[in-house]
Every structure is written in C-alpha cells, then in structure tokens.
Design a protein around this ligand. Sequence first.
Ligand SMILES: [Zn+2]
Ligand SMILES: [Zn+2]
Length: 139
Amino acid sequence: MTSRTGREQLHDSISNYEAGDLPVARISDCICDCGSEVFSLGFDDDRGVAVRLCFACDSEVALLDSQEVLDHADSDIDLDAAECTCGGIDFTVAVGFAISGNDVRWVSVGLRCEDCAIAGVYTDWAIGYSPSMHLLERI
Ligand SMILES: [Zn+2]
Ligand SMILES: [Zn+2]
C-alpha cells in the first residue's frame, strides 16, 4: 500500500511536469479491479500508448485512448517497459489531464517507483479530438 505522501509526491510530479505546457486540471490514480495499486507499464512515447499490467493479478488495461491506437496500427507495436533509474519496474501509476472547455487536451502518465520512491512522467500525448471527456474514466 502506497502512503498518502507517496501519492502526493506522484501527483506533484505530474502537476509540475505540465505536459504540453498546459496546467494539469485533474489527476486520477490507477487502481486495478483486484484492488492492487502496483503495476508495470508498457508504453510507446511516439504513438501515445500506455498499458498497465497489474502486479497482483496480471490483468492488463490500455490507458486512455491507447486501445484505439493499438487497434488501428498498421503493424504490431512493440511497447517499451518502463524502468526506473534504479532498475525497478513496479510502480504506482496516476494519469494527469489538461482540460480546456469541455475537452481533454493533453494527458500524462506518471509513475512512482515502489523500490526507490522516485516519481516522474514517463509518457504524455496530445488529445486532438472531441468529445474526449470519456478519457477521464479510461484509467
Ligand atoms: Zn489486479
Ligand atoms: Zn526506482
């Protein structure tokens, strides 16, 4: 179980990063259906894909609009595994949303290492379509 302080640290790092140079209006924590909050993350920084894999139950969830990107890719996308500078691959995960008007404009995926507690944004991408507020639930 990650401490409240750890969550705050992760949220701060997402807010401070300001992906897309836009203020982060909302941050949501990723929690697996099984109740676990520890994941590994596969991502493609160029295409805007992030998939979390539960440490406890192995279930996989494509974050935000990642599934659409994976479904429409011309070829298989090889995801990079997120790895902390300490070598750790288990993280608590939170997603930041920049919102303007009634739309999500930018998303960022922040990770906090379970081993060394360093937090940072690992990938982020623009959302260029509308409506997009449904992405708030895709975490
Ligand atoms: Zn799980
Ligand atoms: Zn680490």
